[in-house]
Structures are given as structure tokens and as C-alpha cells.
Design a protein around this ligand. Structure first.
Ligand code: PMP
Length: 403
């Protein structure tokens, strides 16, 4: 496969910053977008712009056809059984909030919610809020010394028969991968409702919700080469249908009168108001882009590059790597000995290198690692060896400057 052709599909990567070619190592925050995603959204606004599901005119019919076709594409992408099991949201955060809010009436005082210690705040705070509303208790699943989820501790927590188990598929900070199918199977044995946050997994691996066996799987379009403002909530039909809607209003109703309202069926029931139509269409183009890639070589190249990135950082010396394993996906978390992560990030930016620095919306994980933050370099299908080499060269100069 010719990686340069692939890379040239991403117009943003062609630019330079202060004379340095852009070296974008922040794909875990948001991926760059291929031209076909940009074109699909432009085309919709130029020719098909209309609200979906409503009007009796051709523009609306075209918009609706394109919008609903993306539901089918998503259904195929993650092996959902029914198209009604795919709900469009504005992102992973909203998807988790819909689930956590929607479960309020199903949870009792004192019931247990297990969450991943390495989780993103989006998979922590909605559960804390749910616990506050219901009197349920949130407990984190501990990590092992090498930053993997501690399966023995998880098994011990399962004896307390949690009502809900919320896991990350891939950590947004460390890139560690949880064996979610195995964890979900154990959680199901004790009758827990399970949610998997796939925000960092969906662009890097095959996701099969049947094989995982979870009740809910959530992700964002913007981390899989699609636009911002569009997310996905997959739910198995029955648990999804039992959720109380977070948002009410137009689109999600069957009938409304002043004596009462009857809600619509799935998926509309959980999609109140005008949806992000252009973004859904852009996400459809991103799925087409991903589906057209030669999957195995692209995945192998990405994995080899991640290990090369981990090894190159290690070889640099004076670097602390966090939870780095060769089977991680997408991201490497690190600090330069004793130096503030923000200083490293700024000095890298001055050389055209884009990395993320801070707590990465995972403050509890930072507390476990006893850090006030770290740097994260993350990759995507367009990242090449030259990106990593440029980054390492820049890191050498940062090291010389700071140490
Ligand atoms: N979970 C994980 C693992 C993430 O990486 C992110 C985004 N950083 C989110 C949830 C939240 O996604 P969004 O901001 O798109 O809602």
C-alpha cells in the first residue's frame, strides 16, 4: 500500500507551522479529516440541505435517505443486529449521558456501579451523577502495576453483584486495550448492565458488538476521521428501549396533546430535535473511507509504528513511559524526566509537532500514576515513520534545552 497516497487525502497534513512541516501526533484528541468527508458535507450543504424525516419535498427526501443510510453503515460496521439499535448523538459524552440518565429509574439505593480507573471523565462523571440521583455507589476497578485493568480485583468486585459495569475499550491516555469481551462476559454472569466506551478503539480495530456482548457501545465520529458533533450510541434493543429519554421534544414523539404525549419507537425515541445531519453524512463518508482501506496492511503498519514510537522514546533516555505495551493501540503517554509536560508540549509545537499535554480528561488515572499530567503522542492511518523521526529529533532538542 502506498502510504503517501493515503496521506495526501488529508489536506490539513500538507501545511507547515513556522516553516516546519506539520507533524500531527494528536489523533487521539481528534483525527484529521480526509477530503471525501469534507466533500460529502459540502455537497450536502450545497445541494441537499433540508431537515430530515419531515417535509414532502425532494431535498428532504434526499437528506433523509443519506442520513438513514449512515445508520445502516454503522449497523454493519459494528455488527449490530438491527438498525434501530443505532442512535445518533453529538459524541461519546452525550451517548454515555443518555445511558446513565436513562437508567435512573432502574437503579436502587446502595446498588453498585463499577467503572474503569483509567476511564475518561466522560465515562466517570455521568455515573457519579447517576449515583447521586439514586443513592447508588460508584467503585473504580483497580489497575495492575503495569496499568492494565486488574482482572483479579474485578472478579472480587463482581461478587458484590454490580448493577452496572462501565469499561473503556482503549485508554485515551495510555493506549492500553481492555479484554472487553472477557470482562463483559463475567459482568453478565452476575446480571450487570454493561457499557463499553469505544471512543479510542473504533478507528484502530474491528469492533463487533455481538462478540463483545455488551448492552451499550459508544463512540465519536471525530476520532474516526469523521466530523465533530456526531457520536454513536449502540444499544441492544431491549436495554436501549428501556432507557428513559434524556431529551424530549420534536422527532422523538408519536403523538402530543395537552393531555399527554406518546413517545416514538427506537431509534427516533432517543433522537430528539433536529439531528446533526451534515455531520451524520460526513460520518458516513468516513466509514466509506475506512472500509476502502486495505485493512490488514494499514493496521499492521499502524501497530508497527506505535511500537517504533514507544521504542524510540525509550531509547532517547530520561523518558518515563506509562503503561506502554506492544499490544496498545494509538497512543503513548510519557514525560521527560522532571520536566513539566506543558513546557515539553510548547517546545515541540515550536518545531511543528502537535502532541497533547495535561490530564487528558483522566484525572483519577493521573492520581493513580501520581502525576499532575503527561504528554501523549497519538497516531492514525496517515502517520508515517518520518512523523515519528521528526518528533524524536524535536524531543532531542527539547531535552538538550531543558535538561
Ligand atoms: N472517552 C474516551 C476514551 C475519549 O478518548 C473521549 C475523547 N477524548 C471521550 C470519551 C469523549 O469524547 P467526546 O469529547 O467526543 O464526547
Amino acid at each position: 500500500m502506498d502510504l503517501s497516497t493515503l496521506r495526501s487525502q488529508f489536506p490539513a497534513l500538507a501545511q507547515s507551522n513556522d516553516g516546519y512541516p506539520l507533524c500531527y501526533l494528536d489523533t487521539a484528541a481528534t483525527s484529521q479529516k480526509p477530503q471525501q468527508v469534507i466533500d460529502a458535507m459540502n455537497h450536502y450543504y450545497q445541494f441537499d440541505n433540508a431537515n430530515v424525516h419531515r417535509a414532502a419535498h425532494q431535498l428532504s427526501a434526499r437528506a433523509t435517505t443519506q442520513y438513514e443510510a449512515v445508520r445502516d453503515k454503522l449497523c454493519q460496521l459494528i455488527c449490530a443486529e438491527r438498525r434501530e439499535e443505532i442512535i445518533f448523538t453529538h459524541g461519546t459524552t452525550e451517548s454515555i449521558n443518555i445511558v446513565a440518565n436513562g437508567l435512573t429509574s432502574q437503579l436502587r439505593q446502595g446498588e453498585l456501579i463499577l467503572i474503569d480507573s483509567a476511564a475518561h471523565h466522560a465515562n466517570i462523571v455521568p455515573w457519579q451523577e447517576l449515583a447521586q440521583r439514586t443513592g447508588a455507589i460508584v467503585k473504580p476497578i483497580p489497575l495492575t502495576g503495569d496499568c492494565r485493568l486488574d482482572i483479579t480485583a474485578f472478579d472480587a468486585l463482581l461478587t458484590e453483584r454490580p448493577a452496572i459495569v462501565a469499561l473503556s475499550h482503549v485508554s485515551n491516555v495510555l493506549g492500553t486495550v481492555n479484554p472487553v469481551a472477557e470482562l463483559v462476559a463475567r459482568a453478565k454472569q452476575v446480571g450487570a448492565i454493561t457499557l463499553v466506551d469505544g471512543a479510542q478503539a473504533i478507528a484502530h480495530m474491528d469492533v463487533d458488538v455481538q462478540a463483545i456482548g455488551c448492552d451499550f457501545y459508544v463512540f465519536s465520529g471525530h476520532k474516526m476521521y469523521g466530523p465533530t458533533g456526531i457520536g454513536v450510541l449502540y444499544g441492544r434493543f431491549d436495554p436501549l428501549d428501556k432507557l428513559t429519554p434524556l431529551m424530549t421534544g420534536g422527532e422523538m414523539i408519536k403523538t402530543v396533546s395537552f393531555s399527554g404525549t406518546v413517545f416514538n419507537q427506537l431509534p427516533n425515541r432517543l433522537e430528539a430535535g433536529t439531528p446533526p445531519i451534515a455531520e451524520v453524512i460526513g460520518l458516513g463518508a468516513a466509514i466509506d473511507f475506512l472500509n476502502a482501506l486495505p485493512k490488514t496492511p494499514v493496521r499492521e503498519a499502524e501497530q508497527a509504528l506505535l511500537v517504533y514510537l514507544q521504542d524510540s522514546l525509550q531509547d532517547l533516555g530520561d523518558i518515563a513511559l506509562y503503561g506502554a505495551h506492544s499490544d496498545n493501540l494509538g497512543a503513548v503517554a510519557f514525560n521527560l524526566a522532571g520536566e513539566h509536560h506543558q513546557d515539553v508540549g510548547i517546545l515541540l509545537d515550536q518545531q511543528g509537532i502537535a502532541v497533547r499535554c495535561g490530564h487528558h480528561c483522566a484525572m483519577p488515572l493521573m492520581q493513580i500514576l501520581q502525576l499532575n499530567g503527561c504528554c501523549r503522542a497519538s497516531i492514525g492511518v496517515y502517520t508515517d515513520k518520518a512523523d515519528i523521526d521528526n518528533f524524536i529529533t524535536a524531543m532531542k532538542s527539547v531535552k538538550e534545552l531543558l535538561l
